[in-house]
Write a protein that binds this ligand. Structure first.
Ligand code: ZN
Length: 137
């Protein structure tokens, strides 16, 4: 089932899932940067509707409290679905700061948290509502 979402370009795109290997790589990146946060962009394939890549931006600041995307380093790329970042705290709920960010960049946002296993992630829409992203093997 495809769900229509509106990206901040105003275009309607279909995005319904994430490749399992991409999710595993993201969870691994969360583990690797622990106790710091990491953040990256999510890219998807408009033909399959699946997130299939994440992209670390040059100049991304990582820290124990926050990881910040350098938006001026953002490529002009309409396959950017949104963002991903990690919460070393163990809560996958978005912070107030996250919600402000979500509104501005992309359509869907994944948060991964400790212990970075297949159950420790969540996906949200730009408005902070949970987004049902399917994991596709
Ligand atoms: Zn956060």
């Amino acid at each position: 089932m495809f769900r229509k979402i509106i990206l901040n370009t105003g275009e309607k795109k279909k995005l319904y899932g994430i490749r399992k290997k991409t999710l595993i790589a993201i969870l691994q990146a969360g583990k690797d940067t622990y106790p710091d946060e990491f953040t990256a962009l999510l890219r998807y394939n408009p033909k399959t509707g699946l997130i299939n890549e994440f992209l670390m931006l040059p100049g991304t600041i990582s820290g124990k409290r926050s990881a910040q995307l350098q938006l001026n380093m953002m490529p002009i790329d309409y396959t950017v679905a949104g963002s991903v970042h990690s919460h070393p705290s163990g809560s996958c709920l978005p912070s107030g700061q996250d919600l402000v960010f979500f509104e501005h960049v992309g359509a869907v946002h994944i948060i991964v948290c400790r212990p970075y296993d297949m159950n420790s992630w969540a996906c949200y829409q730009f408005d902070g509502e949970p987004y049902p992203l399917e994991v596709v093997g």
